[in-house]
Design a protein around this ligand. Structure first.
Ligand SMILES: Nc1ncnc2c1ncn2[C@@H]1O[C@H](COP(=O)(O)OP(=O)(O)OP(=O)(O)O)[C@@H](O)[C@H]1O
Ligand SMILES: [Mg+2]
Length: 423
């Protein structure tokens, strides 16, 4: 089968790396891909939200399955685009349609859904410009700090956590006045949950599901989780506190009611659900849903999966998921993200990257790289993830950090304290 992966980051390279090992994939295409993905397949230069271009690429390459990496094409309706055209109907898309994508595309929709199906989450209310005063009154019913979320997609930058009520009220006004554009036309305000975060994932066909390994990511740029939020500075899998009992609660209290809720709401869903969870004294609370795999979590969970994931997609498409078992190794994965100096603010691109010959069994998953006159150069804020699989978390972190040290480009930066809160 010919398969096309949409996207260009570390997540997509991890998917391409994994699929390039599948005996069920004849030709692999990545659109647009990056400087690393062409080692796994053929890059096709197009934008994942340009559906005409995606469709043409599928027809020209005789693609039978499209795996959608990022959320934007899903929220914008790529599934419906393909379903509405006879010449494209035979192509399977891994990712939900517009309705299902609302779980990520609208924080207010997601909270309403969780309330309706009794899925544990923080107490909340949603407000618009017309209900600003109610929003201000609601803030007074909460304890600091305060969590304010722009309803729509805001590239991971739409959440503010002010420390004081006055700051929260001012930020509510700013958001409703357009601080995050139309994404902030509605603002969700919710109580702050004290705990430690973990990312859990399932693959589902809207009826049955399989759990993938869980992971913990590190979003902040600075050591000790300080400084600005980024797209992700690294991840670890498995997560020590996500033991059998905790993961059982996740399945019973979160995963199953979510899929039953989708069925009861007649929302078809074929793809991944990413549960952003807070472990509050041993109980899982849903912070958010994402309707795709996470980045940087994918860079540590996919290398732990031993099963050919094409078998998983086939089982999902052929309604054989109920009895399907996904096997993954007990080894520990650590994935360290190398970023450009100055990221997430101003940073330079086009800097030559030197990679050591011996990578000590680490897997290098490119994010922001491209080839310029056949030389590998940086092309984004997040440049490359170094993933190591070892017998323990500490060994995996050590091995990944040591290779991260040896990869060179100007102003390279990476966090050296991943896992600090898990020891
Ligand atoms: N109720 C809450 N209590 C405590 N912290 C929270 C709460 N909601 C969100 N956060 C913090 O804010 C971060 C971002 O929130 P959320 O995941 O909802 O937003 P997002 O923009 O969709 O993020 P992402 O880019 O990860 O998809 C969370 O990872 C968490 O650290
Ligand atoms: Mg999100």
């Amino acid at each position: 089968m010919n398969v096309l992966i949409l996207g260009s980051g570390g997540r997509e390279h991890a998917l391409a790396w994994k699929l390039s090992k599948s005996t069920k994939v004849s030709n692999l295409f990545i659109a647009p891909g990056n400087g690393g993905t062409q080692a796994c397949g053929t890059n096709i230069d197009l934008s994942p939200t340009d559906f005409d271009a995606v469709a043409n690429a599928c027809l020209q390459t005789k693609t039978k399955m499209v795996i959608v990496g990022p959320e934007a094409p899903l929220v914008e309706g790529i599934v419906e685009y393909f379903q509405d055209r006879d010449e494209l109907k035979h192509i399977t898309i891994i990712g939900p349609g517009k309705k299902g994508a609302q779980l990520e595309g609208s924080k207010a929709f997601a909270k309403e859904f969780m309330k309706k199906f009794d899925i544990p989450t923080a107490r909340y209310a949603a407000f618009t410009k017309e209900t600003l005063n109610e929003g201000i009154a609601f803030i007074d019913t909460l304890q600091p700090p305060y969590v304010l979320k722009a309803d729509g997609l805001a590239a991971g930058k739409g959440v503010l956590i002010p420390e004081t009520a006055d700051e929260a009220k001012a930020e509510l006004k700013n958001m409703l006045d357009g601080k995050f554009g139309k994404a902030g036309d509605t603002v969700v305000i919710e109580e702050f949950l004290k705990g430690i975060e973990v990312s859990c994932f399932c693959y589902t066909n809207g009826k049955d599901y399989v759990m993938l390994p869980e992971a913990k990511d590190y979003k902040r740029i600075g050591h000790g989780d300080t400084g600005l939020n980024t797209g992700g500075m690294g991840s670890i899998s498995p997560v020590p506190f996500a033991d059998k009992a905790f993961l059982k609660k996740v399945e019973e209290q979160v995963v199953k009611p979510t899929i039953q809720g989708l069925q009861q709401s007649q929302i078809p869903y074929h793809g991944f659900i990413f549960f952003g969870l807070m472990n509050v004294a041993g109980d899982p609370y849903v912070i958010e849903y994402n309707v795709r795999l996470g980045d940087p979590e994918t860079e540590s969970i996919l290398p732990r999966i031993e099963t050919d994931i094409m078998e998983m997609y086939e089982a999902g498409t052929a309604d054989r998921l109920k009895d399907f078992e996904l096997s993954f190794s007990n080894q520990h994965a650590a994935s360290v993200m190398l970023v450009s100096g100055g990221y997430p603010e101003q940073y330079e691109k086009g800097l030559p990257i030197m990679i050591p010959e011996n990578q000590h069994d680490c897997i290098l998953l490119h994010a922001g790289t491209t080839l310029k006159n056949n030389n590998l150069v940086t092309s984004g804020g997040r440049v490359m993830a170094v993933t190591s699989l070892q017998k323990s978390m500490d060994k995996a972190l050590k091995a990944a950090m040591s290779v991260a040290e040896q990869i060179n480009y100007e102003k390279k930066y990476f966090r050296k304290d991943l896992g600090f809160d898990l020891k």
